[in-house]
Write a protein that binds this ligand. Structure first.
Ligand SMILES: Nc1ncnc2c1ncn2[C@@H]1O[C@H](COP(=O)(O)OP(=O)(O)O)[C@@H](O)[C@H]1O
Ligand SMILES: [Mg+2]
Length: 398
């Protein structure tokens, strides 16, 4: 079975290095491995210090690297749709060349890159697919898109196709906009089916591990916390947190205060992200580029452990709609209800348990929903929210 190991985190924290290092270690250990970058700001080739193309390139035995690019992806998935959008734009008076450029819609590039994951799973050519993903916010938004596309495929696509077949020419004369032909609907449907397939792969905890890379500093931790909550909310299985560039004990002089700061943050990160394990990678005193150096990064992170193993299973935080209420559940082992103090600030729910606190970012539907009750049951905190407005209510999936 294929494993998908996806790394995400704020820009500059070391995603590309850690992804490349993971891939090298997997290949060393006999697993057929591909590492691909879905970040538009590719740097995978620079990390390896070898050229990479839009198709997989074999780098060393068992190891392939790939940097997909947007125009190449368009050929694969978007050609027909793009042709139609471009027709729409030129109908609006944009000249053809401009129209072609405009149709590289935002998000299309990275989604196209992500779709390669599904292709590689289907091809069964690899044991491990390591993904060097885009910085947090983008990836999150894109990853949750397929959820919406399933709805589209099931409901809208069949109607659309019927309309264009039966009423097309007439409708077109009435509203005066070029209507998509059947092949466009087919292409859109194919694309959405692929996105849906990708989504199912990415939320399967046997297949996928979403790992967060962070730096032991305030902003990076804050962003990682946010993505972590979102991953749980949307059901992307996260099994590992990696604190990169941690100053080793022998750090002295100028950097000593920074080491002190990092050592203060580390236990906080372990507590907050627990029970998901946190591993550290030291701040190397050399440039970590090329196979040998990246292997060192990998060994520091995994030692003899299998980098493609599942390091944690569980969904600590979920939201479900339960007629008239939203129920937020959170695994909180070794805690009783009266130890939990709950406060809310805008989109944040702050849980204070004993001496520590955890901030959960609430899904949009819960931001204005009044809290009804909270209780502990089976090591799980259950908070009820009133579900008031029906419009736009779209609960996180359970
Ligand atoms: N543990 C480390 N020790 C020293 N340098 C590192 C370490 N991890 C990453 N780097 C360096 O930091 C820079 C940013 O890392 P990179 O992996 O490109 O981050 P990202 O992909 O998250 O933007 C690169 O120059 C990389 O070689
Ligand atoms: Mg990078």
């Amino acid at each position: 079975m294929t494993r998908i190991v996806l790394y995400t985190g704020k820009g500059g924290v070391g995603k590309t290095s850690v992804a490349a290092a993971t891939a090298i270690l997997c290949a060393d250990r006999g697993l057929k491995t591909i590492v691909l970058s879905t970040d538009i700001a590719h740097s995978l080739a620079d990390a390896f210090d070898v050229p990479l193309g839009p198709e997989p390139t074999e780098l060393v035995p068992n190891l392939w690297g790939q940097q997909p690019d947007v125009y190449y992806n368009i050929e694969r998935y978007w050609r027909t749709i793009q042709a139609y959008v471009s027709e729409l734009f030129s109908w609006h008076g944009l000249d053809e060349v401009m129209a072609e450029e405009m149709t590289v819609l935002p998000g299309m590039d990275e989604l196209g890159n992500l779709l390669w994951i599904a292709d590689h799973v289907d091809s069964q050519a690899y044991d491990v697919i390591v993904v060097d993903a885009a910085p947090t916010g983008e990836t999150l938004r894109l990853l949750s898109l397929p959820e919406a596309s399933r709805w589209w495929v099931e409901r809208i696509a069949p109607i659309g196709r019927r309309v264009s077949r039966l009423g097309g020419p007439l409708l077109q004369r009435v509203i005066g906009v070029p209507l998509p032909q059947e092949d466009v609907f087919h292409a859109a449907e194919r694309l959405l089916v692929r996105l849906d397939h990708l989504h199912r792969l990415l939320d399967d905890p046997d297949l996928t591990s979403v790992r967060i890379v962070l730096a032991l500093e305030k902003l990076s931790i804050a962003e990682a916390r946010r993505s972590f909550t979102y991953f749980h909310l949307f059901g992307y299985p996260s099994d590992l947190v990696i604190a990169n560039r941690v100053f080793p004990p022998e750090t002295g002089g100028y950097f000593a205060p920074l080491r002190t700061m990092q050592q203060r943050y580390l236990p906080e990160v372990e507590r907050e992200f627990g029970p998901v394990p946190v591993r550290t990678v030291p701040f190397f005193d050399r440039e970590m580029v090329g196979f040998e150096r990246l292997r060192e990064v990998g060994l520091a992170l995994f030692g003899d452990d299998d980098p493609s193993a599942v390091y944690y299973r569980g969904r600590p935080y979920q939201v479900r709609r339960d007629d008239g209420t939203y129920l937020l559940t959170l695994e909180l082992p070794f805690t009783s209800r009266d130890e939990v103090k709950i406060t809310r600030h805008a989109d944040e729910l702050v849980l204070q348990v004993g001496g520590w606190r955890r901030t959960l970012i609430l899904p949009r539907v819960l931001v204005d929903a009044p809290t009804r009750a909270a209780r502990m049951e089976d090591q799980t905190l259950r908070i009820e929210f009133e579900a008031r407005s029906k419009a736009g209510a779209r609960g996180g999936k359970s």
